[in-house]
Design a protein around this ligand. Structure first.
Ligand SMILES: [Zn+2]
Length: 310
């Protein structure tokens, strides 16, 4: 990992390639895109995409980026409708998706899977088990989701059955994917990103196999023309998700085979075994970092120590 500035580090930026970059939030503008039906996407800093269901009943938002952007996000929502925010859903606990919780929970309740609240409350280690590592601070009470669920929850507003469905042990151990069936849109959180090799928070219960399993299940249950909001990146379609899934499975398989052959992580790095997928190599998760991710995920190790999963 690159050196982070005190400012960036204090913001606990986790999921995106912006992880190690200082951001000047005063210059950030919120871009609003209509996705389909009653669903919009809001983009601001290099942080998690915000989904918004907007209709007669008000607004349901999915994720809320960083606290310093909360007022701008609010203003962007006002540009779509005067109706109030009714609920906020967190797809997972990372700070670039939950940073606005304290601000928005003054207006409406936050809903998330049980493990999101646990991790926000306790803080703790996050990372790929190897060179990518963060320590999260416990978050204040006002930022904790006040409604939590185990498996799924549905919000019946705006003529839509907005469903948050839990997918275990993918990007983290508390990921929900959010379905807007009437508008034919899905917000995949960080189980699907377009910035390259994904960050998998192996130290917070994420795993390569869980991510693959979750993505496969989503593909199996949505219409072919569904619009996909990724955790990071532009609005995508099912072909984009299929290509991403193919990369996840192929890279997982070559690492699994090498583990069976008794190769060490260092040997795998030296052989550049992920080179065929190097177009996915990014600033945040490069080939070596993704190799570590898969290796530690499949072996249950963290720098040689066993990782305790929930
Ligand atoms: Zn994340």
């Amino acid at each position: 990992m690159r050196k982070v500035s005190a400012l960036a580090a204090s913001l606990v930026i986790l999921c995106g390639f912006a992880a190690a970059q200082e951001q000047d939030f005063s210059k950030v503008q919120i871009k609003v895109t209509k996705v389909a039906g009653s669903v919009y996407m809001l983009e601001g800093a290099d942080a998690g995409n915000i989904g918004a269901s907007v209709g007669d009943d008000g607004i349901v938002i999915v994720d809320d980026q960083y606290a310093p952007l909360a007022e701008k996000i609010q203003a962007a929502l006002k540009g779509i409708t005067d109706k109030p925010v009714r609920f906020i859903i967190n797809t997972h606990y990372h700070g670039d998706h939950t940073g606005g919780n304290g601000y928005f929970q003054k207006q409406a309740p936050i809903i998330a899977q049980d493990n999101v609240r646990k991790r926000l409350e306790s803080g703790g280690p996050a990372g790929n088990g190897g060179s990518v590592h963060f320590d999260d601070k416990p978050q204040p009470k006002e930022a904790l989701p006040i409604i939590t669920f185990d498996h799924d929850v549905t919000i019946h507003l705006n003529g839509e059955d907005i469903r948050a469905l839990y997918f275990p042990a993918g990007h983290t151990d508390g990921d929900s994917i959010i379905f807007f069936p009437k508008s034919n849109v899905v917000h995949m959180g960080d189980d699907f990103v377009t910035y390259g090799f994904p960050f998998i928070d192996v130290e917070a219960g994420g795993s390569i196999n869980g991510m693959i399993d979750g993505v496969e299940k989503v593909i199996a249950q949505v219409p072919a023309d569904v619009k996909i909001i990724p955790g990071h990146g532009p609005v995508s379609n099912l072909d984009d998700v299929r290509a991403y899934l193919k990369m996840l499975k192929e890279t997982r398989d070559v690492v699994q085979t090498a583990i069976h052959q008794g190769k060490t992580l260092d040997q795998m790095k030296q052989s550049k075994m992920l080179d065929p997928w190097k177009k996915y190599s990014g600033d945040f998760i490069n080939e070596d970092a993704f190799l570590e991710t898969i290796y530690y995920s499949l072996t249950g190790q963290k720098n040689g120590k066993f990782i305790k999963h929930n």
